[in-house]
Design a protein around this ligand. Structure first.
Ligand code: ZN
Length: 364
């Protein structure tokens, strides 16, 4: 029995290697680089207006598209360019993993294929976020493939501080947060299964537009360190995952970008809730709606009204909670409203600057 399993395993492995060998044609072909990458640099492109950095340790292969030095809570878009030809293992990249300086996992995301133009030229991309709770500064990005670790490189995170706030909860709101309920658990599990899923459709590349007027008063900020004061005298801490806008009940709430409605239903803690998938692993979330207007699985365009704001679920007053997730991590909405997650022009510029030609072969 055991021997048969081993034999089966060997067949499977050789089949896999055969598959990889089939892919040994590089899908990005290196010509003479038009300009060498900056030596040993985490070269911020911000100074000359470029929207990307070339990361140290592996400048031949990896690029991250970021606005500036990413801070805790900011998204990081990692583009994998297998240049130099022939290193088939690179094409097996499955996911990026973000680690702290002690090797503890902070986050990470699956890679997906990003089509750069009408001719079907593709690169591999993963979009993840540095947790807003991480203040370590230095981090490590590990790229893993089906055969193990492909490479690692350093990622320097900027510094950032967040506000603190205290929220007293009355008896019913205290109960919403503290009383165990299998329905709450099931709702959490469903939401988690949605936001941890990396699809394969890019509905929008960003940037996003706020779901209500951008100058609306904010009653709570992204990353706020919260202390909930319960009616029974106890307390608990949490980090605010999004932005709260102080809007009156009935204010139209608009989709922040094109996408597909992944969830639209009432939840015990967050009230009437909508989740929209925008691109692989990137979701926007809208809570406490008075009314939901869209249906699950519907496609929406940026600016479509998806509901009316309210104060359903755990809310101490009328407001809209708006949240963005990249690979399940809370991500700063303000950053995602000012920079594209996938910047076509910058990506093509990288390809051109590295002197590579994109070969129209798919990587799978
Ligand atoms: Zn909120």
């Amino acid at each position: 029995m055991l021997r048969r399993d081993i034999a089966f395993c060997a067949i499977f492995l050789s089949a896999s290697f055969g598959f990889i060998a089939c892919l040994s044609r590089p899908y990005i072909v290196l010509s003479e680089p038009s300009a060498p990458p900056p030596a040993n640099s985490v070269a911020s492109g911000a100074a000359d207006g470029r929207r990307f950095d070339i990361w140290q340790d592996n400048p031949e292969d990896f690029y991250a598209l970021v606005g500036d030095e990413p801070r805790p809570g900011d998204p990081v878009t990692l583009i994998l360019l297998p240049v130099g030809g022939g290193d088939a293992a690179r094409y097996t990249a499955l996911k990026s993993v973000l680690l702290d300086t002690n090797g503890k996992r902070l986050g990470g995301a699956s890679f997906f294929d990003w089509t750069l133009d009408d001719e079907g030229h593709k690169v591999k991309v993963s979009v993840f976020a540095a947790p807003s709770t991480y203040s370590g500064g230095g981090a490590l990005v590990r790229v893993e493939g089906m055969l193990g670790v492909l490479t690692e490189f350093g990622l320097k995170l900027g510094e950032r501080s967040f506000v603190s706030e205290e929220i007293p909860l009355n008896q019913s709101n205290t109960a919403l947060r503290t009383v165990p309920d299998p329905k709450k658990t099931a709702e959490s599990e469903l939401l988690w299964s949605i936001i941890t899923h990396t699809g394969d459709v890019v509905y929008t590349a960003g940037p996003f537009t706020p779901p209500v007027a951008a100058d609306t008063r904010r009653t709570s900020l992204f990353g706020a360190r919260r202390v909930y004061r319960y009616s029974n005298g106890r307390s608990d801490t949490a980090v605010h995952a999004g932005i709260d806008y102080g809007v009156p009940v009935g204010t139209p709430v608009k989709a922040c970008g094109a996408g597909r409605v992944a969830l639209a239903r009432g939840r015990i803690v967050t009230g009437n809730s909508v989740v929209i998938e925008h691109l692989p692993g990137v979701y926007s979330i809208y809570y406490h709606l008075d009314r939901i207007i869209v249906e699950e699985y519907a496609f929406v365009n940026e600016g479509d009204v998806i509901g009316l704001s309210g104060m359903t679920g755990l809310a101490t007053g009328p407001h809209l909670h708006w949240e963005l997730r990249a690979a399940a991590e809370n991500t700063d909405p303000d950053t995602l409203c000012t920079q594209a997650i996938l910047d076509y022009d910058a990506a093509k510029k990288i390809v051109n600057e590295r002197g590579v030609e994109v070969y129209a072969e798919l990587s799978r």
